[in-house]
Design a protein around this ligand. Structure first.
Ligand SMILES: Cc1ncc(COP(=O)(O)O)c(C=O)c1O
Length: 299
């Protein structure tokens, strides 16, 4: 899965700490904490017809992550929403947009990792792009990475931080293997998630997904679990081994960037029949209706 350049994005206006700048002129200081140490938190959001799906859950996760990293200042939800609106209006965007919010610890007065060098307040970057869900809805292919997802004793996945190298190493393996993404295990060898999405499995009538010990508390994952509860589809959250993945009837992944995408192949093995299964297709349909109904109005 290689995203293509979308011509609609060639003159994007980006918001950096309230300043609207053309994408070619936009930049952050070499003293910014995100450049110095990946010292930042982020969220990916999706805009559907003027509404952002579960916007306030994303803003809570951003603020909670910044609080866990002891940022001295965290912008209010109201401030961020008004900057999002300003950015979308500057780009005349209303639908099929992905937004990436990055909140860094801010600019340091000299290079170094110490947060006491940060005296200027945080940097808020809002990047909105025309972007349809990135995965092929007819299905994707995964390999299992040799890189493991860390749990709380190394770096707590409840902090949605910008240190993405663990994911990027797994993605490089997927690329080399000609796969769309890589499945990642936790330190005990149970399935955590992929390099960018959460995973679900269907066996018989039951849906399973791993705990969030080694993956973020995903917002799309939560939405799928809400749909299961609303529609009385039984599910279980538990440790899942790789052998259980191979014998699943269906597998799918979830995330804001790609919504819900069926997984048809894992490590050269067909999952189920090798086609999108009925439970996955039903959930895709229910999710589509949910995002149309439940988004927070921003425009
Ligand atoms: C590592 C990782 N896994 C999964 C996801 C998908 O989570 P969500 O559904 O909240 O977009 C993300 C999204 O930011 C992520 O960073």
């Amino acid at each position: 899965m290689l995203q293509k350049f979308n011509d609609l994005n060639k003159d994007l206006i980006v918001n950096i700490n309230g300043k609207l700048v053309h994408r070619d002129q936009a930049g952050v200081s070499p003293f910014d904490s995100v450049v110095q140490g990946g010292d930042a938190v982020w969220e990916g959001l999706r805009l559907y017809k003027g509404r952002i799906f579960r916007l306030y859950m994303h803003l809570d996760r951003l603020a909670d992550s910044a609080r866990a990293l002891a940022f001295a200042e965290i912008p209010t939800h109201e401030h961020i929403v008004s900057e999002i609106r300003k950015t979308l209006e500057a780009n005349q965007m209303t639908d099929s947009v992905h937004l990436r919010l990055t909140l860094t610890r801010g600019v340091k007065y000299t290079s170094g990792m110490d947060p006491r060098l940060n005296t200027k307040g945080p940097t808020l970057i809002i990047l909105a792009e025309h972007k349809a869900p990135v995965y092929d809805k007819t299905g994707i292919k995964l390999i299992t990475s040799t890189f493991r997802r860390p749990t709380g004793e190394v770096l707590d996945p409840r902090i949605h931080h910008n240190n993405l190298l663990n994911s990027i190493l797994a993605k490089i393996q997927a690329n080399a293997a000609g796969a769309d993404d890589a499945l990642m295990l936790d330190s005990r060898g149970f399935i955590a998630e992929t390099n960018a999405t959460h995973v679900f499995f269907v066996r018989g009538k039951e849906i399973m997904t791993p705990f969030t010990h080694a993956c973020p508390e995903g917002i799309t994952r939560g939405a799928v679990l809400d749909l299961c509860a609303q529609h009385r589809i039984p599910y279980e959250i538990r440790d899942i081994s790789i052998a259980e993945a191979y014998r699943a009837d269906e597998m799918f992944c979830t995330g804001t960037m790609g919504e819900i995408a069926p997984v048809l192949e894992l490590d050269g093995r067909k999952i189920g029949t090798g086609n999108s299964g009925p439970v996955t297709l039903d959930l895709c349909d229910l999710f589509k209706r949910m995002v149309e109904r439940e988004g927070d109005k921003v425009l």
